[in-house]
Design a binder for this molecule. Structure first.
Ligand code: GDD
Length: 345
Protein backbone atom coordinates (compact mmCIF):
# COMPACT_ATOMS: atom_id res chain seq x y z
CA UNK A 1 0.00 0.00 0.00
CA UNK A 2 1.23 3.50 -0.86
CA UNK A 3 2.31 5.63 2.08
CA UNK A 4 0.22 8.75 2.72
CA UNK A 5 1.83 12.15 3.28
CA UNK A 6 0.05 15.30 4.39
CA UNK A 7 1.78 18.60 3.59
CA UNK A 8 0.72 21.93 5.09
CA UNK A 9 1.84 24.91 3.00
CA UNK A 10 1.29 23.03 -0.26
CA UNK A 11 1.00 26.30 -2.24
CA UNK A 12 4.40 27.55 -1.04
CA UNK A 13 7.86 27.05 -2.55
CA UNK A 14 8.82 23.96 -0.52
CA UNK A 15 5.33 22.46 -0.69
CA UNK A 16 5.59 22.21 -4.49
CA UNK A 17 9.08 20.68 -4.46
CA UNK A 18 8.20 18.21 -1.71
CA UNK A 19 4.88 17.13 -3.27
CA UNK A 20 6.69 16.33 -6.53
CA UNK A 21 9.39 14.37 -4.71
CA UNK A 22 6.91 12.32 -2.67
CA UNK A 23 4.71 11.69 -5.70
CA UNK A 24 7.76 10.37 -7.58
CA UNK A 25 8.53 8.12 -4.61
CA UNK A 26 5.04 6.61 -4.89
CA UNK A 27 3.32 8.40 -2.00
CA UNK A 28 -0.35 9.37 -1.95
CA UNK A 29 0.05 13.13 -1.41
CA UNK A 30 -2.42 15.35 0.44
CA UNK A 31 -1.98 19.12 0.67
CA UNK A 32 -3.60 21.50 3.13
CA UNK A 33 -4.90 24.62 1.49
CA UNK A 34 -6.52 27.44 3.42
CA UNK A 35 -10.08 26.65 4.44
CA UNK A 36 -11.83 29.68 3.02
CA UNK A 37 -10.66 29.11 -0.56
CA UNK A 38 -13.34 28.06 -3.07
CA UNK A 39 -12.45 25.36 -5.61
CA UNK A 40 -12.62 28.14 -8.23
CA UNK A 41 -10.18 30.42 -6.35
CA UNK A 42 -7.10 31.19 -8.55
CA UNK A 43 -4.65 29.83 -5.95
CA UNK A 44 -6.60 26.58 -5.62
CA UNK A 45 -6.83 26.26 -9.42
CA UNK A 46 -3.09 26.99 -9.82
CA UNK A 47 -2.09 24.25 -7.35
CA UNK A 48 -4.51 21.77 -8.95
CA UNK A 49 -3.18 22.55 -12.44
CA UNK A 50 0.47 22.28 -11.47
CA UNK A 51 0.08 19.25 -9.20
CA UNK A 52 -2.98 17.27 -10.29
CA UNK A 53 -1.75 14.33 -8.21
CA UNK A 54 -2.16 16.26 -4.92
CA UNK A 55 -5.42 15.74 -3.03
CA UNK A 56 -6.30 19.15 -1.61
CA UNK A 57 -7.78 19.39 1.86
CA UNK A 58 -9.38 22.59 3.16
CA UNK A 59 -7.99 23.59 6.56
CA UNK A 60 -6.17 26.42 8.26
CA UNK A 61 -3.23 26.28 10.63
CA UNK A 62 -5.20 28.33 13.17
CA UNK A 63 -8.17 25.94 13.07
CA UNK A 64 -7.61 22.89 15.26
CA UNK A 65 -10.96 21.29 14.40
CA UNK A 66 -10.36 21.43 10.64
CA UNK A 67 -6.83 20.06 11.05
CA UNK A 68 -8.06 17.25 13.30
CA UNK A 69 -10.79 16.35 10.79
CA UNK A 70 -8.18 16.23 8.00
CA UNK A 71 -5.80 14.03 10.02
CA UNK A 72 -8.63 11.70 11.11
CA UNK A 73 -9.88 11.26 7.55
CA UNK A 74 -6.48 10.77 5.90
CA UNK A 75 -4.58 8.96 8.68
CA UNK A 76 -1.26 10.07 7.16
CA UNK A 77 1.96 8.11 7.68
CA UNK A 78 3.92 11.36 7.50
CA UNK A 79 2.98 15.01 8.13
CA UNK A 80 5.22 17.80 6.86
CA UNK A 81 4.41 21.12 8.51
CA UNK A 82 5.69 23.70 6.00
CA UNK A 83 2.91 26.28 6.36
CA UNK A 84 3.84 29.57 8.01
CA UNK A 85 3.82 33.29 7.66
CA UNK A 86 7.39 33.12 6.42
CA UNK A 87 8.40 36.64 5.39
CA UNK A 88 10.67 38.09 8.07
CA UNK A 89 10.00 41.75 7.16
CA UNK A 90 6.23 41.18 7.16
CA UNK A 91 6.38 39.59 10.62
CA UNK A 92 7.39 42.97 12.11
CA UNK A 93 4.17 44.46 10.71
CA UNK A 94 1.89 41.58 11.82
CA UNK A 95 3.59 39.98 14.80
CA UNK A 96 0.39 38.64 16.36
CA UNK A 97 -0.85 36.84 13.26
CA UNK A 98 2.70 35.52 12.82
CA UNK A 99 2.67 34.12 16.37
CA UNK A 100 -0.75 32.51 15.79
CA UNK A 101 0.16 30.85 12.48
CA UNK A 102 3.92 30.30 12.58
CA UNK A 103 4.10 29.51 16.31
CA UNK A 104 0.80 28.21 17.68
CA UNK A 105 -0.09 26.68 14.31
CA UNK A 106 2.60 24.04 14.91
CA UNK A 107 0.92 23.09 18.19
CA UNK A 108 -2.41 22.77 16.38
CA UNK A 109 -0.95 20.28 13.88
CA UNK A 110 0.72 18.27 16.66
CA UNK A 111 -2.51 18.25 18.67
CA UNK A 112 -4.50 17.19 15.60
CA UNK A 113 -2.23 14.13 15.38
CA UNK A 114 -2.44 13.41 19.11
CA UNK A 115 -6.22 13.92 19.35
CA UNK A 116 -6.59 11.48 16.44
CA UNK A 117 -4.66 8.86 18.46
CA UNK A 118 -1.91 8.74 15.82
CA UNK A 119 1.01 10.07 17.88
CA UNK A 120 2.71 6.67 17.92
CA UNK A 121 2.32 5.99 14.20
CA UNK A 122 2.33 9.27 12.25
CA UNK A 123 5.78 10.80 11.71
CA UNK A 124 6.05 14.60 11.87
CA UNK A 125 8.41 17.09 10.24
CA UNK A 126 8.63 20.69 11.49
CA UNK A 127 10.08 23.38 9.23
CA UNK A 128 12.43 25.08 11.70
CA UNK A 129 14.75 27.79 10.41
CA UNK A 130 18.17 29.41 10.67
CA UNK A 131 16.30 32.63 11.60
CA UNK A 132 16.14 31.11 15.11
CA UNK A 133 19.90 31.63 15.47
CA UNK A 134 19.61 35.31 14.71
CA UNK A 135 23.26 36.17 14.77
CA UNK A 136 24.05 37.86 18.07
CA UNK A 137 25.36 34.69 19.63
CA UNK A 138 27.41 33.81 16.65
CA UNK A 139 29.78 31.46 18.40
CA UNK A 140 31.23 29.35 15.61
CA UNK A 141 32.45 31.87 13.05
CA UNK A 142 34.64 29.42 11.14
CA UNK A 143 32.26 26.52 10.73
CA UNK A 144 28.82 28.05 11.09
CA UNK A 145 25.83 27.16 13.24
CA UNK A 146 25.17 23.52 13.95
CA UNK A 147 22.35 21.83 15.86
CA UNK A 148 23.90 22.80 19.23
CA UNK A 149 24.46 26.52 18.57
CA UNK A 150 22.63 29.08 20.71
CA UNK A 151 19.35 30.57 19.55
CA UNK A 152 18.75 34.32 19.58
CA UNK A 153 15.93 35.14 17.13
CA UNK A 154 15.88 38.72 15.81
CA UNK A 155 12.32 38.95 14.41
CA UNK A 156 8.75 38.08 15.46
CA UNK A 157 9.00 35.36 12.80
CA UNK A 158 12.16 33.90 14.36
CA UNK A 159 10.59 33.98 17.83
CA UNK A 160 7.43 32.22 16.57
CA UNK A 161 9.53 29.58 14.79
CA UNK A 162 11.47 28.97 17.99
CA UNK A 163 8.18 28.14 19.75
CA UNK A 164 7.36 25.70 16.93
CA UNK A 165 10.81 24.14 17.27
CA UNK A 166 10.56 23.60 21.01
CA UNK A 167 6.95 22.40 21.05
CA UNK A 168 7.93 19.79 18.45
CA UNK A 169 10.83 18.62 20.64
CA UNK A 170 8.46 18.64 23.61
CA UNK A 171 5.95 16.36 21.86
CA UNK A 172 8.83 14.06 20.93
CA UNK A 173 9.95 13.88 24.57
CA UNK A 174 6.48 13.85 26.15
CA UNK A 175 4.57 11.47 23.88
CA UNK A 176 7.33 9.53 22.13
CA UNK A 177 6.36 11.01 18.78
CA UNK A 178 8.63 10.53 15.78
CA UNK A 179 8.83 14.32 15.41
CA UNK A 180 11.87 15.90 13.72
CA UNK A 181 12.95 19.48 13.08
CA UNK A 182 14.83 20.53 9.97
CA UNK A 183 16.76 23.72 10.74
CA UNK A 184 16.93 24.96 7.18
CA UNK A 185 19.11 27.83 6.06
CA UNK A 186 17.84 29.99 3.17
CA UNK A 187 16.79 27.88 0.21
CA UNK A 188 15.76 29.47 -3.02
CA UNK A 189 14.88 28.69 -6.64
CA UNK A 190 12.43 29.24 -9.46
CA UNK A 191 9.44 28.69 -7.15
CA UNK A 192 10.51 31.36 -4.61
CA UNK A 193 8.07 34.22 -4.01
CA UNK A 194 9.20 37.62 -5.41
CA UNK A 195 8.97 39.19 -1.94
CA UNK A 196 12.21 37.37 -0.98
CA UNK A 197 15.44 39.04 -2.03
CA UNK A 198 16.89 36.38 -4.37
CA UNK A 199 13.77 36.08 -6.52
CA UNK A 200 13.25 39.84 -6.44
CA UNK A 201 16.74 40.20 -7.91
CA UNK A 202 16.51 37.40 -10.49
CA UNK A 203 13.11 38.60 -11.68
CA UNK A 204 14.22 42.23 -11.88
CA UNK A 205 17.43 41.34 -13.72
CA UNK A 206 15.37 39.44 -16.31
CA UNK A 207 12.93 42.35 -16.66
CA UNK A 208 15.79 44.84 -17.03
CA UNK A 209 17.29 42.69 -19.79
CA UNK A 210 13.90 42.55 -21.53
CA UNK A 211 13.41 46.33 -21.23
CA UNK A 212 10.44 45.95 -18.85
CA UNK A 213 12.06 47.60 -15.80
CA UNK A 214 14.67 50.34 -15.22
CA UNK A 215 16.31 49.40 -11.93
CA UNK A 216 16.00 47.40 -8.65
CA UNK A 217 15.36 48.99 -5.25
CA UNK A 218 16.83 47.00 -2.37
CA UNK A 219 17.46 47.34 1.38
CA UNK A 220 20.53 46.04 3.19
CA UNK A 221 23.13 44.86 0.64
CA UNK A 222 25.67 43.70 3.21
CA UNK A 223 23.78 41.00 5.10
CA UNK A 224 25.11 37.52 4.36
CA UNK A 225 23.09 34.40 3.74
CA UNK A 226 23.81 30.70 3.33
CA UNK A 227 21.78 30.10 0.17
CA UNK A 228 21.01 26.66 -1.28
CA UNK A 229 18.54 25.25 -3.80
CA UNK A 230 15.09 24.37 -2.40
CA UNK A 231 14.83 21.23 -4.56
CA UNK A 232 17.86 19.77 -2.75
CA UNK A 233 16.47 20.64 0.68
CA UNK A 234 13.15 18.77 0.42
CA UNK A 235 15.11 15.54 -0.08
CA UNK A 236 16.67 16.21 3.35
CA UNK A 237 13.21 16.66 4.92
CA UNK A 238 12.09 13.28 3.60
CA UNK A 239 15.30 11.58 4.77
CA UNK A 240 14.73 12.88 8.34
CA UNK A 241 11.42 11.04 8.52
CA UNK A 242 12.93 7.78 7.21
CA UNK A 243 15.34 7.48 10.17
CA UNK A 244 14.63 4.96 12.95
CA UNK A 245 14.84 7.77 15.53
CA UNK A 246 13.59 11.37 15.28
CA UNK A 247 16.08 14.24 15.55
CA UNK A 248 17.07 17.78 14.60
CA UNK A 249 19.21 18.49 11.56
CA UNK A 250 20.75 21.61 10.00
CA UNK A 251 20.45 21.77 6.20
CA UNK A 252 22.83 24.38 4.78
CA UNK A 253 25.63 24.81 2.24
CA UNK A 254 28.47 25.88 4.57
CA UNK A 255 29.04 29.00 2.42
CA UNK A 256 27.80 32.52 2.98
CA UNK A 257 27.42 35.38 0.47
CA UNK A 258 26.21 38.98 0.56
CA UNK A 259 23.14 40.35 -1.25
CA UNK A 260 25.68 42.46 -3.15
CA UNK A 261 27.40 39.30 -4.50
CA UNK A 262 24.05 37.82 -5.52
CA UNK A 263 23.34 41.01 -7.52
CA UNK A 264 26.76 40.96 -9.19
CA UNK A 265 26.47 37.33 -10.33
CA UNK A 266 22.85 37.77 -11.46
CA UNK A 267 23.75 40.79 -13.64
CA UNK A 268 26.77 38.95 -15.03
CA UNK A 269 24.31 36.36 -16.36
CA UNK A 270 22.93 39.04 -18.69
CA UNK A 271 26.39 40.39 -19.59
CA UNK A 272 26.45 43.37 -17.19
CA UNK A 273 29.31 44.14 -14.76
CA UNK A 274 28.11 46.10 -11.72
CA UNK A 275 30.20 48.94 -10.29
CA UNK A 276 29.27 50.25 -6.83
CA UNK A 277 29.41 53.97 -5.99
CA UNK A 278 28.61 55.90 -2.81
CA UNK A 279 27.82 54.66 0.69
CA UNK A 280 24.88 53.84 2.96
CA UNK A 281 21.40 54.75 1.69
CA UNK A 282 23.03 56.81 -1.11
CA UNK A 283 24.87 53.82 -2.61
CA UNK A 284 24.07 52.83 -6.19
CA UNK A 285 25.02 49.98 -8.52
CA UNK A 286 25.92 51.09 -12.04
CA UNK A 287 26.31 49.27 -15.34
CA UNK A 288 30.08 49.64 -15.71
CA UNK A 289 29.82 49.89 -19.50
CA UNK A 290 26.94 52.37 -19.89
CA UNK A 291 27.01 54.16 -16.51
CA UNK A 292 23.25 53.52 -16.09
CA UNK A 293 21.98 53.15 -12.51
CA UNK A 294 20.59 49.62 -12.07
CA UNK A 295 20.47 49.24 -8.27
CA UNK A 296 19.30 51.82 -5.69
CA UNK A 297 18.79 51.65 -1.94
CA UNK A 298 15.27 52.10 -0.58
CA UNK A 299 15.29 52.35 3.25
CA UNK A 300 11.70 50.99 3.29
CA UNK A 301 13.30 47.56 2.87
CA UNK A 302 15.49 47.92 5.99
CA UNK A 303 14.30 45.89 9.00
CA UNK A 304 13.96 47.07 12.62
CA UNK A 305 16.47 44.34 13.58
CA UNK A 306 18.64 42.54 11.06
CA UNK A 307 20.32 39.15 10.99
CA UNK A 308 23.72 40.19 9.65
CA UNK A 309 25.16 36.80 8.84
CA UNK A 310 23.89 33.24 8.49
CA UNK A 311 26.25 30.35 7.90
CA UNK A 312 25.29 26.74 8.58
CA UNK A 313 27.22 23.56 9.24
CA UNK A 314 25.42 20.61 7.58
CA UNK A 315 27.89 17.94 8.78
CA UNK A 316 25.31 16.00 10.81
CA UNK A 317 22.80 15.81 7.92
CA UNK A 318 25.54 14.83 5.50
CA UNK A 319 26.88 12.07 7.73
CA UNK A 320 23.73 10.73 9.38
CA UNK A 321 21.25 11.20 6.52
CA UNK A 322 23.63 10.92 3.57
CA UNK A 323 22.19 14.25 2.41
CA UNK A 324 24.02 16.06 -0.39
CA UNK A 325 23.42 19.15 -2.50
CA UNK A 326 23.46 19.18 -6.27
CA UNK A 327 23.27 22.94 -6.94
CA UNK A 328 26.06 25.33 -5.86
CA UNK A 329 25.76 29.11 -5.35
CA UNK A 330 26.64 30.31 -8.89
CA UNK A 331 24.46 27.47 -10.25
CA UNK A 332 21.55 28.68 -8.13
CA UNK A 333 21.79 32.28 -9.36
CA UNK A 334 22.09 31.10 -12.97
CA UNK A 335 19.11 28.76 -12.67
CA UNK A 336 16.92 31.55 -11.26
CA UNK A 337 17.90 34.20 -13.83
CA UNK A 338 17.52 31.75 -16.73
CA UNK A 339 14.08 30.74 -15.47
CA UNK A 340 12.95 34.36 -15.13
CA UNK A 341 14.28 35.35 -18.56
CA UNK A 342 11.91 32.74 -20.03
CA UNK A 343 9.03 33.46 -17.64
CA UNK A 344 9.08 37.24 -18.21
CA UNK A 345 9.57 37.11 -22.02
N1 GDD B 1 13.02 40.56 1.16
C1 GDD B 1 13.95 41.48 0.92
N2 GDD B 1 13.70 42.50 0.02
N3 GDD B 1 15.14 41.39 1.58
C2 GDD B 1 16.08 42.31 1.30
C3 GDD B 1 15.88 43.35 0.38
C4 GDD B 1 14.63 43.46 -0.29
O1 GDD B 1 14.39 44.34 -1.09
N4 GDD B 1 17.04 44.08 0.31
C5 GDD B 1 17.89 43.52 1.16
N5 GDD B 1 17.34 42.44 1.77
C6 GDD B 1 17.98 41.59 2.77
C7 GDD B 1 17.17 41.37 4.05
O2 GDD B 1 17.30 42.50 4.91
C8 GDD B 1 17.87 40.11 4.58
O3 GDD B 1 19.05 40.46 5.27
C9 GDD B 1 18.26 39.35 3.32
O4 GDD B 1 18.13 40.28 2.23
C10 GDD B 1 17.42 38.13 3.01
O5 GDD B 1 16.06 38.50 3.07
P1 GDD B 1 14.90 37.49 2.56
O6 GDD B 1 15.19 37.00 1.20
O7 GDD B 1 13.60 38.16 2.79
O8 GDD B 1 15.09 36.21 3.48
P2 GDD B 1 15.35 36.06 5.07
O9 GDD B 1 16.78 35.61 5.24
O10 GDD B 1 14.92 37.24 5.82
O11 GDD B 1 14.37 34.87 5.45
C11 GDD B 1 14.27 33.70 4.63
O12 GDD B 1 15.14 32.70 5.10
C12 GDD B 1 14.84 32.16 6.38
C13 GDD B 1 15.89 31.09 6.69
O13 GDD B 1 17.00 31.71 7.28
C14 GDD B 1 12.82 33.25 4.65
O14 GDD B 1 12.64 32.21 3.69
C15 GDD B 1 12.44 32.70 6.00
O15 GDD B 1 11.11 32.16 5.93
C16 GDD B 1 13.43 31.58 6.36
O16 GDD B 1 13.11 31.03 7.60
Amino acid sequence: MAKKALITGIAGQDGGHLAKLLHEKGYEVYGVIRGQLEASHPRYVAVKEEMPYVNLVMADLTDLSALTRAVQEIKPDEVYNLAAISHVGYSFRDPILTADVTGKGVLNVLEAIRLSGLEKTTRFYQASTSEMFGGLDYNRPDKGYDEDALFHPRSPYGVAKLYGHWITKNYRESYGMHASCGILFNHEGERRGPEFVTRKISKSVARIKLGLQECIELGNLDSKRDWGYAGDYVEGMWRMLQQDEPGDYVLATGETHTIREFCEIAFREIGIEIEWQGEGPGEIGLDKASGKTLIKINPDFFRPAEVDILLGDPTKAETALGWERKVDFPGLVKLMVEHDLKAEA
